[in-house]
Design a binder for this molecule. Structure first.
Ligand code: 13P
Length: 248
């Protein structure tokens, strides 16, 4: 079965000490969580957060990784660097990286393969813009990302996809339960076709975009939705804990 996975994406929020305080407050609140719980933190927060989550169920994630093993890539971080610190998950291809930092399907694919090679679990983000949804292009856009972002992957049980409709990110405008379920169902069906025989049935697909304490239970009750990637609502321990404990 597909174990639910709730991950916080702190984006560029929380200094190392703020991040450590946040996870210290989070620890007791999520100790009985039935799902996998992950916090994807800024690189510089990793050591402090790692120390603070010790002995808990909370797992450590990063927000990007470079595809080269090492070399002249100023400002980048390699998979081995993350791995050495006990990072287990890494977000790749977030729409903010695609929109503001020139991330392309090609670089998303390369970063994903590098993360897998190092034994990290990539959380690969895909999703359409508002114009694309309103223009009836959602499936076409997803088809293109599906064809390009996952080339060369042999075992899809080792990756997580985050379906994040761009129009729902940070806008307070969540996809309805049915919309999210239907689109994630479409992604799974399409991936099973394109990557047949590669364990796609065991791959988890999260929903992301203004998911919070109020709407988590409804979204998570949908059969296709295996988890959430949470931005704003992951920045307060109590709010994030309510998302993690959606089934209580
Ligand atoms: P919000 O939850 O703030 O809408 O952000 C979603 C997101 O981009 C998670 O990666």
């Amino acid at each position: 079965m597909r174990k639910p996975i709730i991950a916080g994406n702190w984006k560029m929020n929380n200094t190392a000490s703020e991040g450590a305080e946040l996870v210290k407050a989070l620890k007791p609140l999520v100790k009985d969580a039935k799902c996998e719980v992950v916090v994807c933190v800024p690189f510089i927060d990793i050591p402090a957060v790692k120390k603070a989550i010790h002995g808990s169920k909370i797992r450590l994630g990063a927000q990007n990784v470079h595809f080269a093993e090492k070399g002249a890539y100023t400002g980048e971080i390699s998979a081995a660097m993350l791995k050495e610190y006990g990072v287990q998950y890494v977000i790749i291809g977030h729409s903010e990286r695609r929109a503001y930092f020139g991330e392309t399907d090609e670089t998303v694919n390369k970063r994903t393969l590098a993360a897998l090679a190092a034994g990290l679990t990539p959380i690969v983000c895909i999703g359409e813009s508002l114009e694309e949804r309103e223009g009836g292009l959602t499936e076409k856009v997803l088809d293109k990302q599906i064809a390009a972002d996952f080339q060369g992957i042999e075992d899809f049980s080792k990756i997580v996809i985050a379906y994040e409709p761009i129009w729902a990110i940070g806008t307070g405008r969540t996809a309805t339960d049915e919309q999210a379920n239907e689109t994630i169902g479409y992604i799974r069906k399409r991936m099973k076709k394109v990557y047949a025989g590669k364990n796609v049935g065991r791959m988890r697909i999260q929903y992301g975009g203004s998911m919070n304490a109020k709407n988590a239970a409804g979204l998570m009750a949908q059969p296709e939705i295996d988890g959430g990637l949470i931005g704003g609502a992951s920045l307060k321990a109590e709010e994030f804990a309510k998302v993690v404990n959606y089934n209580k």
